[in-house]
Write a protein that binds this ligand. Sequence first.
Ligand SMILES: C[S@@+](CC[C@H](N)C(=O)[O-])C[C@H]1O[C@@H](n2cnc3c(N)ncnc32)[C@H](O)[C@@H]1O
Length: 294
Amino acid sequence: MQQDENTPTDGRKTEENAQNIQHVQSAAADGRPALYGRKVLSFVRRSARLDARLQRAWDAYADTYLLNINAGEGSLDVREGFVFDQAYIRETWGNANPLIVEIGSGQGENVVAAAASQPDVNFLALEVYDPGVAHTLLLAGKQNLKNLRIAQINAPELFKAAVDGSIAEVWTFFPDPWPKMRHHKRRIVQPELAADVHRALTDEGVWRIATDIEDYALHVHEVMDELDGFHNDGALNVSLPVEHVGKGNADEAAALRHADFAESERFDGRVLTNFEKKGLAAGRVIHDFTYRRV
Ligand SMILES: C[S@@+](CC[C@H](N)C(=O)[O-])C[C@H]1O[C@@H](n2cnc3c(N)ncnc32)[C@H](O)[C@@H]1O
């Protein structure tokens, strides 16, 4: 069973645990469902007000672009019984074009640019954070994109509902790093998600991942490289420490034993988002991965 992030193992409440508990309580108090009692999540649910511009975008475009698959208002789970299959995709996008799903699309710059430049490919953006969803709606609506949809869903839940090989590519670019050792389990790239992505991908479909965090790169290799159903297509040799470091000891990484790992060239289908720019500006190396379903 997964451990509840809000259940401290040593009997004390950390500040973050206390904040999370408070958040759940305040959500319950104002009528929103108190979610996620027992799941380890890759995000912290924050209530964020939309500014007037984003609220207008939401009002104007949500009906066009937002998938109506949530378990209820305010829920980031998919509704019970929902199946993400080829029939649903065909009905929703109106064609049988290949589908690319971006997990954690942030402000939407990347998925919107990709959708605009490839009208014969379908795109689905998965994002939990209201302002990110609203900004993606704004960008998509301004360009009147026909081949993009957005789901405000905890991404692993969508993949649990995906029953057949109907997704051509999955993209996960600059996932939240969760740098503290005790938070590494919150990283979204996990064996359970990998199994569900594998089932959802078409034959030869790929999961593209990128991160600017060296320790996350090691984490991706550990989760993905030995999986039977995936081939690491990377042709670059990249040297990485073979032990994990956390926030407090990240500077010790250089002195640790290193080994070579296979990684990919920068994916040229990705626009430079703020997260990638920040990583580069801080002098960090960008790690790209391509895992092909075999
Ligand atoms: C660091 S940002 C990167 C955004 C974007 N990929 C980019 O490169 O600009 C990570 C994003 O993933 C989203 N996210 C984290 N966990 C998620 C989940 N379980 N389901 C959907 N989105 C998630 C966060 O809300 C955040 O917007």
